[in-house]
Design a protein around this ligand. Structure first.
Ligand SMILES: Cc1cc2nc3c(=O)[nH]c(=O)nc-3n(C[C@H](O)[C@H](O)[C@H](O)COP(=O)(O)OP(=O)(O)OC[C@H]3O[C@@H](n4cnc5c(N)ncnc54)[C@H](O)[C@@H]3O)c2cc1C
Length: 615
């Protein structure tokens, strides 16, 4: 589709693309920012350019529990980003699936509602010099996005935003078991009604979801910010198109070049087309997409651009650096047939889908209206636990966590399906206690492998486990998960492939076919050999939590920053980045909420600059 003769006000690159004064790409953040601006000023010509397909009213996007259906080898809605082999992972690669469809991650994610600690955002303001990005400034925007159906009067939650947050349409008995065990076994920690108030941590609770309790639908960004404005002909979305580069003339971004996605348009000419924006180009390709768009546009480190024949426009060596994620693992167990798990739905068994689809259509409840992540904790180690974790983590704790009681070191949760192993585990019902590290010390990097081809995979080093402090925390986390899991009434043994390879005669040996241990049973004592086995297990299985951020960091330019605190790319006029890639440092939570608050803030900043009121 050629948009060459249409001029937009804004183009959003990475999401959907419109010929407009403003242009954007159409991921989670892009749809929110574009939708807010379009609603405030319907005369604004906006184009969103998105690499993947539309998602409108597709059950695989709208019904929350369908998220694993996107993970097929030939997926058209998820892009598999493959890392370089790493010595820290025993020489193996890791793969990060990233949403590639209108709405990006918001259209395929697991719908876990998890909010950062207030001090995470305060650090953005004070440590990275970004006025206006602290918790007190962002809280009103966090509230603006959501309707917190669980407690609309809650002080830190929103009551009338477009995205609904609830517990979903069912409370699985597996999650109830988990909370009962937590309350009885873990004497050091309490239960909470609201694990997401920004200011408190270290208490177990029922876990909310980005799901509307009235309809059972996913709270994604395209349906709530874009598809609900179909009558606005000035808001245009171009799907199936990769933004190749931003067109920069005399130091100003004036448009984008885009090429068809060959997976969706195999017969289209690969020649680039152009769309022009008179006011602004906003890059929103996510943490994997945005740095690559910038590098192909000549914005990045000299040696990388030179290697791939891209003429440098701005020297910004920070582009593509500071890749961060939340590394996760799950200790899987078998469970009884009467346990509520999503295994059969996740495996796509037709009778199960049909049964729950009927229920979902009737009243928005049932297994399609949940995500199987129904209880958990943002956990901080106790003083006595801290003594056992290890010297590298202890040093990290003292430097980063000790004085910030709202920060948790990991999110630990009960998973009511065979997460990570659904494709390989024998048929049956499973649950797991899983966790992700909230602020791993390790960082990676992502860069182009071609100056011309926007469809090829990048050069990605995940950075996972490059710091010993992360490994020590993983080992502690596994032990916590295991103690909780084996006490749960629904426990019927550990699934060997998702536990370390302990010696068979070790007291830590995997118990495959058994019943729960007593609540007051002593914790397992691990030998040096057992600890080595856990270390190997972590290396073998640690994986992305799909929470990539930080690759176009909002920091001072001299410290490696890519955008300033108004999201302007250093050295180019009329060019912003507005997605999770601008996060200067990690947040202790699943990242959709943070992507949304960045998008809301971007809309406000753009509104101010273009004189649009009511954003
Ligand atoms: C499988 C999965 C599960 C997740 N689960 C959760 C969860 O349960 N809870 C939670 O809080 N968070 C979750 N997340 C994370 C969350 O969805 C992301 O943090 C969020 O979507 C990031 O938003 P973004 O706008 O920065 O990027 P994205 O949402 O990734 O959007 C980027 C968009 O840009 C497009 N794009 C990239 N390059 C180009 C290009 N060159 N041209 C055109 N388009 C391009 C992509 O196709 C994509 O649509 C999950 C993510 C994934 C992938």
């Amino acid at each position: 589709m050629s948009l060459t003769n249409t001029e937009f006000d804004i183009i959003f690159a990475g999401g959907t693309f419109f010929p407009s004064p403003l242009g954007l790409v159409g991921g989670a953040a892009a749809c929110c920012t574009a939708g807010r601006l379009a609603a405030a000023d319907p005369s604004l010509k906006i184009l969103i350019v998105e690499a993947g397909p539309h998602t409108q009213e597709d059950p695989q996007h709208v019904q929350p529990a369908r998220f694993l259906s996107h993970f097929t080898p030939d997926s058209k809605t998820v892009k598999y980003v493959v890392s370089n082999p790493s010595e820290h992972l025993g020489g193996r690669i890791t793969v990060a699936p990233a949403g590639q469809c209108l709405g990006g991650g918001s259209s395929v994610n697991f719908t876990v509602y998890n909010r950062a600690a207030a001090s995470d955002y305060d650090d953005w303001e004070t440590e990275y010099n970004n006025p206006g990005w602290g918790a007190k400034d962002l809280l009103p925007l966090l509230k603006k996005t959501e309707t917190y159906q669980i407690d609309p009067e809650g002080e830190t939650h929103g009551a009338s935003g477009p995205l609904k947050v609830s517990y979903g349409g069912h409370f699985p008995n597996v999650a109830k078991d988990f909370l009962e065990v937590a309350a009885t076994y873990d004497k050091e920690r309490k239960l909470t009604e609201d694990p997401n108030d920004l200011y408190n941590s270290n208490a177990y609770g029922r876990w909310p979801k980005w799901i509307d309790e009235k309809t059972g639908r996913r709270s994604d960004t395209p349906h709530h910010f874009i598809y609900n404005q179909v009558d606005n002909k000035n808001l245009r979305v171009l799907t199936g198109s990769f933004v190749k580069r931003v067109i920069i003339k005399d130091g100003r971004a004036v448009g984008v070049e885009y090429v068809p996605n060959p997976q969706l348009h195999p017969d289209a000419s690969p020649e680039p087309l152009a769309a022009y924006a008179s006011k602004l180009v906003v890059v929103c390709g996510g943490s994997f997409g945005s740095p690559l768009i910038l590098e192909r546009s000549g914005i990045g480190a000299a040696e990388i651009l030179k290697k791939f024949g891209v003429e440098q426009v701005v020297d910004l060596p920070g582009v593509g650096e500071r890749y961060q994620d939340h590394q996760h693992l799950v200790a899987l167990c078998r469970t009884s047939e009467d346990a509520d798990t999503l295994d059969y739905v996740m495996r796509g068994i037709p009778e199960e889908i049909e049964k729950w689809d009927t229920q979902w259509k009737k009243d928005g409840t049932g297994f399609l209206a949940i995500n199987g992540l129904d209880a958990g904790i943002k956990l901080r180690p106790t003083e006595s636990e801290l003594k056992t974790i290890g010297p590298a983590f202890l040093s990290r704790w003292r430097q980063y966590y000790a004085d910030a009681p709202d920060k948790s070191v990991m999110w630990l949760a009960c998973v009511a399906f065979c997460m990570d192993a659904i494709a390989t585990a024998p048929m049956g019902k499973y649950y797991g206690i899983g966790y992700c590290l909230n602020h791993p010390e390790s960082m990676g990097r992502v860069h182009i492998t071609s100056g011309e081809d926007a469809t090829v995979l990048p050069n990605w080093d995940s950075g996972f486990l490059e710091h010993e402090s992360d490994m020590e925390l993983h080992m502690y986390a596994y032990k916590r998960c295991r103690e909780l899991a084996r006490r749960m009434p629904c426990f019927r043994g550990e699934y060997r492939n998702y536990h370390p390879d302990f010696a068979l005669d070790s007291p830590a040996a995997v118990n495959e076919d058994t019943v729960p241990v007593a609540m007051d049973a002593p914790d397992i004592v691990y030998t040096n050999e057992d600890n080595k086995a856990i270390r190997e297990w972590v290396r073998k299985l640690v994986a992305t939590t799909w929470h990539s951020l930080g690759t176009c960091a909002m920091m001072p330019r001299e410290q490696g920053g890519v955008v300033d605190s108004r999201l302007n790319v250093y050295g180019v006029e009329g060019l912003k980045v507005a997605d999770l890639s601008i996060a200067p440092y990690n947040v202790g939570a699943n990242t959709y909420s943070t992507a949304l608050v960045i998008a809301e803030k971007a809309a406000v900043l753009i509104g101010e600059e273009l004189g649009i009121t009511g954003v």
